[in-house]
Design a protein around this ligand. Structure first.
Ligand SMILES: Cc1ncc(COP(=O)(O)O)c(C=O)c1O
Length: 454
C-alpha cells in the first residue's frame, strides 16, 4: 500500500482494566476505511488521531479490533453522562418505536418536556428555553437576541463584545465574535460593532482586573451605552481558563448599569463539566442568557438558548424557529442524559474527581514543569499548556507528540487546541472513577516521558 495520508500512532503495548493496545494503531484492517474517508470527506475532517471508533461505553472507547482506550476526551466534551448509557439507548429506542421522529415546531411532548427541564435546572431569571441543534446555532441566536433587545431602547446600541482567543462555533456570526484571527481570515467584511477584548486568564493575559475591560472598550472607541451585549465562554475552551470571580461580579454590575445583556456560552461548561451544574456558578453571578450544547444530551445533536423570558419572547410566533428545533429523538436522549446526571449525582462526582484529576496532574507532570506554562481548569476539565523552553511560546509540536503517544498508550485524547495549538485538553466523562483518573494521568505522564525523557 502507498504511504497513508494519516500519521500512524506510536504504539506502546498495554493491557490493564481500562486500556488494551495490542497491535498497530490504526489497526491495518481499518486502513481501507481511512482511505475512503480521505477520498470522500474534506481533509478538514482529518485532524484527530486516526483511531476508527467502533463503539464506546461509559468512559471507554473501542476499535473493531479489540483495542480499548480510557477516554479523556468525551468525544469533544459531549458525553457527560458517559458513552452509550443504557438509559439513553432505551429512551432513544422507545421514542423511535413510539413513532414520532420529527415534529418541526408543532407542539410535541419531548421538546416541551426538555424545555421545562432546562428551565427548572436554570437559576432565576433564566426561565424560557429555545431548542435548536448545535452550539453555533445557539451562539448565533444569542447575538441576535442581544442586538434585538438593545434596539428596543436605542437603534444605535448594537455593539457585541466578546473575547480574544474565544471560540463560539464555526458559522459566520459565531466566527465574527470568535477571538482566533486565523479562523476569521475568510471573512472579508468584519462587523465593526463586534469587538474582542482580552480574556483575564492570568496567564496569556496577566492583568485580571475589570479596568482592563473598560480600558479596552475605550481603546476601541466604544461608548458603554452602545454595548448591546457581552458574550463569553464561561471558561475559555481553548485553555480551560477561568477568569477571577470578581471580574464577573463587576461585569454583572456593569451590564446592569449600561443596559447590556450578559451571555455565558456554556456549550462546554454546562451539565456538570466543571463540578457545578453550570460553570458560571463558580463566578457567583447569573447571566441574562446562556447557550447550551454538547453535554446537554451526552450524544445526539441538540442545543439551547435559555434566558430571561422578556428577552426570549422578543420574536413573534414563527420568527425564531429552526427546522430541527428540538427533534423528538434528540430530546429523548437529552432528557435521559440529564436524568442520569441527576440520579447518579455526576455533578458532585465531577467536583470530587476534579480534585483528584488536578492534584494528579500537578503531581505526576511535575518533572516536566519547565515545559508546562500553566494547567488550567476546574472539575473534570483541564488544559495543560505546553510551552517551548524558557519562553511562553506555545509548543504545538510537543503537544501533538504527547497526544499521539498517549493515544498509543490507550488514553484517548483529541488533538491539542487553544492558543498556538499548544494545549492538551483533558475532559473525561463525568462518570469516571478515581482509579481510572489516576491511571489516565499516569498514562499521560508516560507519554510526556516518551517525548521529553524521564
Ligand atoms: C464554547 C463553545 N461554543 C460553541 C461551540 C460550537 O458548538 P458546535 O460545534 O456544536 O456548533 C463550541 C464547540 O466546540 C464551543 O466549545
Amino acid at each position: 500500500m502507498s504511504k497513508p495520508w494519516f500519521e500512524e500512532i506510536p504504539v506502546h503495548t498495554v493491557e490493564t482494566k481500562h486500556r488494551r493496545i495490542t497491535g498497530r494503531v490504526p489497526a491495518p484492517e481499518s486502513w481501507p476505511l481511512l482511505e475512503e474517508m480521505h477520498r470522500y470527506e474534506p481533509q478538514s475532517m482529518g485532524g484527530q488521531p486516526p483511531v476508527v471508533w467502533d463503539r464506546a461505553d461509559g468512559f471507554n472507547v473501542f476499535d473493531a479490533q479489540g483495542n480499548k482506550w480510557l477516554d479523556f476526551s468525551s468525544g469533544v466534551l459531549v458525553t457527560n453522562a458517559g458513552h452509550g448509557r443504557r438509559e439513553m439507548v432505551d429512551a432513544i429506542v422507545k421514542q423511535a418505536q413510539h413513532g414520532l421522529l420529527h415534529s418541526y415546531c408543532f407542539p410535541g411532548e419531548p421538546r416541551i418536556r426538555l424545555a421545562k427541564q432546562l428551565c427548572e435546572l436554570a437559576p432565576e431569571p433564566l426561565k424560557k428555553a429555545f431548542l435548536i441543534s448545535t452550539g453555533s446555532e445557539a451562539t448565533e441566536c444569542a447575538i441576535k437576541l442581544m442586538r434585538t433587545h438593545a434596539r428596543q431602547s436605542n437603534p444605535k446600541k448594537d455593539v457585541i463584545v466578546s473575547y480574544t482567543n474565544a471560540f463560539h462555533g464555526r458559522t459566520l456570526g459565531a466566527q465574527m465574535i470568535g477571538g482566533i484571527p486565523a479562523l476569521k481570515d475568510w471573512i472579508s467584511h468584519h462587523d465593526p460593532a463586534m469587538i474582542q477584548v482580552p480574556f483575564p486568564d492570568g496567564f496569556r493575559c496577566e492583568d485580571t482586573s475589570f479596568n482592563l475591560f473598560e480600558e479596552s472598550l475605550a481603546r476601541a472607541g466604544v461608548e458603554p451605552v452602545n454595548v448591546a451585549g457581552i458574550i463569553t465562554e464561561t471558561y475559555q475552551g481553548g485553555g480551560a481558563s477561568f477568569a477571577p470571580p470578581e471580574y464577573f461580579h463587576k461585569m454583572r454590575e456593569w451590564c446592569d448599569k449600561w443596559g447590556a445583556l450578559l451571555t455565558f456560552d456554556e456549550v462546554q461548561a454546562g451539565f456538570g463539566r466543571c463540578g457545578r451544574m453550570w460553570g458560571f456558578e463558580h463566578y457567583g453571578v447569573v447571566p441574562d442568557l446562556m447557550c447550551l450544547g454538547k453535554g446537554i444530551s451526552s450524544a445526539l445533536p441538540v442545543s439551547a438558548v435559555v434566558g430571561r423570558p422578556d428577552v426570549m419572547d422578543l420574536y413573534p410566533p414563527g420568527s425564531m424557529t429552526s427546522t430541527h428545533t428540538g427533534n423528538p429523538i434528540c430530546c429523548a436522549s437529552a432528557l435521559a442524559s440529564i436524568d442520569v446526571i441527576l440520579r447518579e449525582r455526576l455533578v458532585e462526582n465531577a467536583a470530587k474527581m476534579g480534585e483528584v484529576l488536578h492534584g494528579q496532574l500537578w503531581k505526576q507532570l511535575k518533572p516536566y514543569d519547565a515545559r508546562i506554562g500553566a494547567i488550567h481548569g476546574k472539575g473534570l476539565v483541564a488544559g495543560v499548556h505546553m510551552i517551548k523552553d524558557d519562553s511562553l511560546t506555545p509548543d504545538k509540536e510537543l503537544a501533538h507528540n504527547i497526544v499521539w503517544h498517549a493515544v498509543g498508550r490507550g488514553l484517548m485524547l483529541f488533538s491539542p487546541v487553544g492558543f498556538g495549538g499548544g494545549t492538551i485538553k483533558i475532559c473525561p466523562p463525568l462518570c469516571i472513577t478515581e482509579e481510572a483518573v489516576i491511571e489516565g494521568v499516569s498514562a499521560l505522564a508516560d507519554a510526556f516521558a516518551d517525548c521529553l525523557g524521564k
